[in-house]
Design a protein around this ligand. Structure first.
Ligand SMILES: [Zn+2]
Length: 93
């Protein structure tokens, strides 16, 4: 058995049936009182980006906001830039 030294976790596009590596994260800035983060709507490759973006915007438009919640516009964030950013994928209970 050999280990592949070049192995890295490559997230895939979130479109059904698409197995290309994701290039973008679709997300919208979300804030609640003093805390803010990106609300994640999934991942997309180059080819599926427009379609995934349209779907995410449709979902986003139906979102009901609680008191004190505010959301920004859904947009595509190139993946490479978010990785390694502090607090990007922090999981909280
Ligand atoms: Zn795709």
């Amino acid at each position: 058995m050999t280990m592949n030294p070049a192995f890295t976790y490559a997230p895939l596009c979130g479109a059904p049936g698409c197995e290309r590596p994701a290039r973008y994260r679709i997300a919208a800035p979300w804030s609640h009182h003093t805390s803010s983060e990106l609300k994640n709507y999934g991942l997309a490759c180059e080819q599926c980006l427009d379609e995934r973006l349209a779907l995410a915007r449709a979902r986003h438009a139906r979102l009901r906001l609680a008191d004190g919640e505010a959301v920004g516009e859904v947009s595509a964030y190139p993946l490479g830039r978010l990785e390694g950013a502090p607090g990007g994928e922090a999981s909280r209970p």
